[in-house]
Design a protein around this ligand. Structure first.
Ligand code: BGC
Length: 758
């Protein structure tokens, strides 16, 4: 949360919670630094170095500070930040500016930095989580949860490049994305920012996002520095509430939460942001084991570690492991934080300078952190070209970028139910359209969309359509009977009498429900059930006798187990972004054949949150004493579920050999055939099931996926290669191993058996 500061003084020591027997040290950073970085480090004073490690919110530099309305920088405050405090980085996270305004603000900031003794440009950071959320006119793409449903890594890369290109065009060179937290806790209010519950999808798509953002040359016009976040375990709060403690045994941490970060580091991610919360009683910002032993020594990360919002001082104010704010700075920097998102004063800088003088933070540690910051600035080409060019802004909101947003939204939409093929609808059918998300822009976008919360619809570009508008454009306004208003809470959106009165004149009732926009703590809920007022819309619609189609526009699975049975079709839309309404309309009318697959298990009940990769015993149901069956896994919809307007069959699952070792691999092939009447895309997923292992194996684990398109009647052989490492798990010694034995390989309803020999 971006608001609260409380000061309480209690001292508790910040002992690392995991033991580490490694004696290795961090790779000798000064050696890896470029000569230019060395030369700068030599010239810089301690004050300049501490300033480089400081990140400030731009609102502190605007006229009227936080209350700013004229979008102007206050020259005196800007000078104070750059000249007096030598601030190395600035961020913003509330207000969206036009591209022109961004150019003006960033140019002013960089021009000021060029007046400083060493002319070190400012690194500007922003949350461009699914498009440049803080820029008017920027393209907003589907949130990660929708991208995960596409099962199309290429779309993830393309989406990330759109974001990077639009950010870079205005001088925003550092993006606080991708979110690599694995979404295994649907209560968590940032679930929509994740790639869902599966580790492999998060790992592959996280990699795709880093590559899309960073490319191969960080000086190029379509790249920015990415920021993997939030290291680590943020998505698994014990009580589901944002920024609250998690309890994660190291074996679980390594099995389910670490792989996306490991992969993104290998893909070349430049920076990482730390989890605000604590794991097993140790706040991540004060956890040296995590930030140095694991991240630096074991994973070999050489980039920049930045704090999350106010999280250094929060070691004192929230977590109470530091008796004073100054002690908090000492703990965080010594644990491995290179840059503090302070972000509202210069206390971090001041304390850090004092701590160095007192010998409590070493100069070597400062040089290491500053060296990393300077290295990034160098890699981004900021030293040579600190100023953005107005001539670059043409790319913002371009047709090409809109097309990628549309492609991604189309492939994300997931058809969860379609009784009697009620969908697709003919365009001359009269639709009675109701519900709070039917005419909402904010619900289609949610967090990090033109504002932090995404809730302020007045700042959305006028060109974006709501579902109501998009349906009207395609089918003609006279075919859409609707009273849906722009405001989620309006009573009209829950008006049951409107349904009763207008049903007779309609052929089908489309109910758009779900969630309005939210980000972080304001999105906390205590019940996954949809509010009663939304459920009642389904009940009322069913009573009319007309077919009922439900569109779910939501960032996490909201439950309606009783009312679901009253529906004829259900379309999961996630947070599809600028082109969401068009994509949903195209799916409803059949202009696009849906191909999304659920990236999470859609629970049926609050009390049964079980992921698809559960352990066997988790599905046990004791019917009476002594009588059990293993069929208790009964979600509303399973992970990987998603229908199409055509049908696909899988046949001929084959392996080129039935046993293998570490030195070879298995080639798996399967025939996929479109047996329906129209072209469609389909995600092909390969799961494995370990027969016996030293750690209880999961019922199944996703190991590979791909997506293909087939015309009616077309058949294609899809192949995957499986190596020993693809089947590994973390054992009791915290090592990733593949144990000898039998595994099932599963695609669709087909299964074959292979044996791994050590
Ligand atoms: C969020 C981060 C975000 C930062 C800056 C924090 O509240 O947790 O994800 O990058 O704010 O806006």
């Amino acid at each position: 949360m971006k608001k609260i500061t409380v000061l309480i003084s209690i001292w508790l020591s910040a002992a690392a919670f995991y033991s580490c027997d490694k004696k290795a040290t961090v790779k000798n950073q000064p050696e890896v630094f470029d000569q230019e970085v060395h030369a700068l480090l030599k010239k810089m004073s301690l004050e300049e170095k501490a300033g480089q490690m400081t990140q400030i919110d731009i609102r502190n530099l605007l006229t009227n500070g936080y209350g700013n309305t004229d979008e102007k920088l206050d020259t005196a405050r800007l000078k104070e930040a750059i000249k007096t405090h030598h601030v190395g980085s600035i961020l913003n996270c509330i207000q969206a500016y036009t591209p022109q305004k961004w150019i003006e603000l960033i140019s002013q900031i960089q021009n000021e930095s060029l007046q400083s003794p060493n002319k070190i440009p400012v690194l500007y950071g922003t949350d461009a989580v699914h498009g440049v959320g803080f820029m008017k006119g920027a393209v907003i793409l589907p949130h990660n949860i929708g991208l995960a449903a596409t099962r199309n890594n290429k779309l993830v890369t393309q989406s990330a490049t759109v974001t990077a290109t639009e950010a870079r065009a205005v001088g925003l060179t550092w993006n606080f994305a991708p979110v690599l937290d694995v979404g295994r806790e649907p209560y968590w209010s940032r679930f929509e920012e994740t790639f869902g519950e599966d580790v492999y999808i998060a790992t592959q798509m996280g990699r795709a996002a880093v590559l899309g953002m960073e490319g191969t040359d960080l000086t190029s016009k379509n790249t920015v520095a990415s920021c993997m976040k939030h290291f680590i375990g943020y998505s698994a709060p014990k009580n589901g509430i944002d920024r609250t403690p998690s309890h994660i045994p190291e074996i679980i941490l390594r099995e389910y939460y670490l792989p996306p970060f490991k992969e993104a580091i290998e893909a070349g991610a430049s920076t990482i942001m730390i989890n605000s919360a604590e794991i097993n009683g140790v706040p991540c910002h004060g956890n040296k084991w995590l930030l140095t032993d694991l991240l630096r020594i074991e994973l070999g990360f050489e980039g920049l570690v930045c704090s999350d919002w106010e999280d250094v001082i929060r070691l004192h104010t929230w977590h109470k492991i530091a008796a004073t704010p100054k002690e908090a700075v000492m703990i965080a920097v010594n644990a491995g934080v290179d840059m503090s998102m302070v972000p509202n004063d210069y206390s971090f800088t001041k304390f850090l300078i004092e701590l160095v003088h007192e010998g409590k933070v070493s100069m070597a540690r400062i040089d290491e952190a500053v060296g990393r910051i300077l290295t990034l600035k160098l890699k981004l080409g900021l030293m040579k070209k600190p100023l953005p060019s107005i001539s670059d802004i043409g790319v913002v909101g371009s047709d090409k970028h809109q097309q990628i947003a549309l492609d991604a939204a189309r492939e994300s939409i997931t058809l969860l139910k379609n009784e009697n093929n009620i969908l697709p609808l003919a365009k001359n059918k009269k639709i009675l359209l109701v519900g709070p998300t039917a005419n909402s822009l904010s619900a289609l976008h949610s967090s990090w969309s033109y504002t932090w919360q995404g809730i302020n619809q007045s700042v959305y570009p006028g060109t974006i359509q709501t579902i109501r508008q998009a349906l009207g454009i395609v089918a003609g306004a006279s075919n859409i009977i609707s009273n849906a208003t722009f405001t989620f809470e309006d009573a009209a959106n829950y008006d049951l009498t409107f349904i009763q009165k207008n049903a007779a004149a309609s052929d089908v009732i489309v109910i758009c429900i779900g969630e309005d926009a939210y980000a972080e703590q304001p999105g906390v809920i205590k019940d996954l059930n949809l509010p009663d007022a939304q459920k009642q819309l389904i009940v009322a619609a069913k009573k009319t006798g007309k077919p009922v189609v439900v569109c779910l526009v939501e960032g996490r699975p909201r439950l309606f187990p009783v009312e679901e049975a009253l529906t004829d079709a259900v379309v999961m839309c996630y947070r599809p972004g600028n082109k969401g309404a068009q994509a949903i309309t195209e799916v409803l009318y059949g202009d696009v054949n849906p191909s999304g697959k659920l990236p999470f298990t859609y629970p049926r009940y609050n009390g049964d949150i079980t992921t698809y990769d559960h352990k066997f015993k988790e599905t046990e149901q004791q019917l009476k004493i002594g009588v059990s069956e293993f069929s208790a896994f009964n979600p509303q919809w399973e992970f990987g579920y998603g229908l199409s307007y055509t049908t696909f069959t899988c046949s001929n699952l084959k392996v080129n050999q039935t046993s293998f070792t570490k030195s070879d691999s298995i080639l798996v092939t399967v025939d996929i055939e479109n047996t329906g009447a129209r072209t469609g895309k389909v995600a092909v997923e390969l799961y494995s099931r370990d027969h016996y292992a030293s750690i209880t194996p999961s019922e199944r684990r996703l190991r590979k996926y791909t997506k293909i398109e087939l015309k009616a009647g077309e058949k294609q052989t899809v192949s995957f290669t499986i190596k020993a490492a693809d089947l590994q798990f973390v054992n009791n010694d915290l090592k990733s191993v593949t144990e000898a034995g039998k595994f099932d390989l599963i695609i669709g309803d087909l299964r074959t058996e292979i044996t791994f020999n050590e």
